[in-house]
Design a protein around this ligand. Structure first.
Ligand SMILES: Cc1ncc(COP(=O)(O)O)c(C=O)c1O
Length: 397
């Protein structure tokens, strides 16, 4: 997944443009910047790459989700449906707006189960957030149908699936709004950064203003700009955008390497009858950043995961006991540990988390292993890794 593995002259050139003129901020200082607008250029590149009308860069993927939800009017007391397998950021981003995250089961796509989504809809539901985990996607046609039938927003968290497509459309461009992260370990990186993409002009304008204190960005005197509504600071810096601008040019190269390495590993593991792979919805193409496979049961999966670690097969994740990505261990969120008082509406809305069990999610996450695909492996290294993985799995069955 990490774009930082291919980091070199292209990134240095873009960053040096910014350092040479000294304008580290994305807005204003027109006379000093020698024609360099790295954030604006990256936004244009995002619009072309992801085939959307609008892209708004922000400071992180977490910020992108909050900005997207705010731009579409999600706020106090609204319920947002999201999967049990995600990153804590999705939960946090909803909480930040005073809305209530409603976690529901995943299916064998490792993201939202459409049936679970339908069962969770209440009069308070405002949005469904599909989180395209580990390089692949949810059942987007089914989720779109549900959202249009119930007049709900569909938000795509595509932070982990940059470059994947569904029926030839880039992930992130299919829902009402899509979110990306360009943190240090994503497919392409800015160091820290994120983006909201959309075809809806109003949502774009809202994202643009909201992520910069509500500035309307009209004219070239920042002090004289008006503020149509409340905003905060989720701006990206020119330095971060410069890195991302170089990286997005490399996306096709990165995806190609990932696919080559993924295919070697998958072909090898396919020879083991007990190994099955995550379902990719028909018409979907992964970004190949992870190889996700299922073993027959939790015990075998934990055994294989431990054996991978002791035998040096690194970067393979078993999420059942993971603190970041799966609901089971999110005790700080279940217990609502917060530095400041949380509204009674959200407290009541989250009561369910204290007792709710997710057996269907446990069934999939318990048996799953997600192996990160690195860009820096040589062909010989991937082949050696594949043989080692096969050997370990066979010995653990
Ligand atoms: C699925 C998902 N959503 C959101 C985020 C948040 O992105 P960031 O680290 O840029 O805030 C991440 C980061 O790991 C993620 O994996």
């Amino acid at each position: 997944m990490p774009g930082f593995e291919l980091f070199g002259d292209l990134e240095k050139k873009e960053v040096n443009d910014v350092l040479d003129n000294g304008v580290l901020m994305r807005y204003g200082f027109d006379g000093m910047r020698n024609g360099h607008w790295k954030a604006k250029d990256m936004e244009k590149a995002l619009e072309i790459t992801f085939k959307v009308n609008h892209a708004q860069l922000v400071s992180s993927g977490t910020a992108a989700i909050s900005v997207a939800l705010a731009a579409a009017g999600v706020g106090a007391g609204d319920e947002v449906i999201l999967p049990t397998f995600t990153f804590v950021a999705s939960f946090e981003a909803v909480m930040m707006l005073g809305a209530v995250p409603i976690l529901v089961d995943i299916d064998d796509t490792l993201t939202l189960c459409p049936k679970a989504v339908v069962n969770a809809i209440t009069p308070k539901t405002k949005a469904v957030m599909v989180v395209h985990m580990c390089g692949s996607m949810g059942h987007l046609d089914a989720l779109q149908d549900i959202c249009s039938k119930h007049s709900l927003l569909l938000i795509e968290d595509a932070c982990q699936a940059i470059g994947a497509t569904y029926k030839s459309k880039p992930l992130g461009s299919i829902g009402d709004l899509g979110c990306f992260s360009f943190d240090f370990v994503k497919t392409i990186t800015c160091g820290e950064g994120g983006a909201v993409i959309t075809n809806n002009k109003d949502y774009y304008i809202n994202s643009d203003h909201y992520s910069d204190h509500g500035h309307d960005h009209i004219g070239n005197d920042r002090g004289a700009e008006s503020h149509p509504f409340l905003g905060y600071n989720f701006r990206i810096s020119e330095l971060h955008a410069a890195v991302g601008l170089a990286q997005i040019k490399r996306l096709p190269e990165i995806l190609k390497i990932q696919q080559t390495n993924y295919t070697i590993l998958r072909d090898a593991l396919s020879q083991i009858p007990e190994v099955t792979f995550r379902t990719v919805p028909e018409g979907g193409e992964e970004n190949y950043s992870f190889l996700n496979f299922f073993l027959p049961d939790l015990e075998t999966s934990l055994k294989v995961s431990n054996a991978f670690k002791t035998h040096g097969v690194d970067a393979c994740f078993q999420y059942y006991n993971n603190n970041w990505h799966y609901i089971r261990k999110w005790n700080h969120l279940k217990e609502l540990k917060s530095l400041f008082p949380i509204s009674s509406e959200v407290k009541t809305g989250l009561e369910y988390l204290k007792t709710k069990q997710f057996p269907q999610s446990d069934h999939y996450i318990g048996r799953n292993i997600s192996c990160l695909i690195k860009l820096s492996w040589s062909e010989a290294e991937v082949k050696a890794r594949a043989s080692k993985m096969v050997e370990i799995i066979k010995a653990s069955l």
